[in-house]
Design a protein around this ligand. Sequence first.
Ligand SMILES: C[S@@+](CC[C@H](N)C(=O)[O-])C[C@H]1O[C@@H](n2cnc3c(N)ncnc32)[C@H](O)[C@@H]1O
Length: 245
Amino acid sequence: MICNTSLPDKRATDECLVEALPESYERWRRSRLGRITDALEERLILDLLGPVDGLDVLDLGCGDGDMASRFERLGARVTGLDADPRMLTAARRRAEIESMEFALVLGRVEALPFPDASFDRVVAVTVLCFVRDVDRAIAEMARVLRPGGRVLIGEFGRWSLWAAIRRIRGWLGATTWKSVRFRTARELRALPEAHGLVVHRLRGSIYYPPWERAASLLARFDPRIAQWTTFGAAFIAVTASKPAK
Ligand SMILES: C[S@@+](CC[C@H](N)C(=O)[O-])C[C@H]1O[C@@H](n2cnc3c(N)ncnc32)[C@H](O)[C@@H]1O
């Protein structure tokens, strides 16, 4: 989720670079811009990931459990992992309200508490941009993935107005955005490839600026623009698979 609300600030520690309170997420999801944008993002994720029915899915940096809940409704057995206990509390609350049964684990992407080859799908949406040791995180994602399984990495696109505004907020002192790393499509593709994963598809979404009126007017053109370029996309996702032995 490329949440556009102003997040409350806090001193960053090496432990957790993102300060994303569940209330900010709720505000975002209630807004019209949030609803339009989340719908496009979700459509891209589900399209690239393919059917998840009957599969073991790991949602890294699961936040308040929105995607985890979606995967479970689609028939997956879902585990959500997040470094922030407050996000896990929000995800647990969501699971209760929606009568879902996904497992929730406190942990870090760089040191996953799961045995090798545990999952068919490993998803990391707007989380790696906050992770310092991204190589270690991808190595962990590849390790817990079963041969033939697939990862999906979704990130802020570097060449978008959404990223530019966050970069400026970082320069002005907003802790969440100070150390964030926005990647280009080429850099995103290189991440899984560097760990022996085979890239299948890469696509952008959300080409409008982060304003409600722009979203209302322009969201319908999104899929058409995505056929041509990832330049300007606020969200870029890539899928890659682990070669079967
Ligand atoms: C921008 S939110 C995205 C949440 C969710 N993936 C979504 O798209 O709605 C980033 C999430 O990653 C979590 N996070 C940040 N660094 C992490 C790390 N090193 N390991 C695990 N989770 C982390 C944060 O606590 C936060 O919930």
